[in-house]
Ligand binder design. Sequence first.
Ligand code: SF4
Ligand code: SF4
Length: 155
Amino acid sequence: MFLIYKNTYIQKKILSLKIECDYNKCKGACCKGEGLGTPLNLKDIERISEATSKDSFYHYFRGPRLVCEKNGDCSFLNGDLCSINDIKPDFCILFPLQIERKNGLEYILFNPYEKCKFKDSDKFLIEHVSKALNRLYGNDFVPGLIKLAGSLENV
Ligand code: SF4
Ligand code: SF4
């Protein structure tokens, strides 16, 4: 089931999720071994280029993506940690939420990876990823969604 918010179809269950990634348990599994590389938007490329003074971190494969190591790990992975955590791509911040565009419509979906491990949180998942959502949709996006989530909670 979806609800439409600011021209975006949002999977309704997302608004009831009060969880966050449990890095101690998943060990950043989504950064490891998939091989295609994280999809990037233009702002990600600008931000990471500026901070690293490099442009060799991305390549094109069905759009711009972060380069991976031979074993498929993200090239910015350092052990189990992201070495560019403060400036990482919106895709990384959002995951396991994913944005899909089909037939001119935009969807926000909850698509956890099989190795994901979550823990309960006193905040909504959308608050944990608000940096990316607000960057992509505007600063009023997450506050409006939280209001909506609160009103659904009380139904
Ligand atoms: S940029 Fe950081 S968070 Fe994103 S895939 Fe690479 S290591 Fe993981
Ligand atoms: S998205 Fe999944 S695998 Fe990635 S950090 Fe969060 S819980 Fe771990």
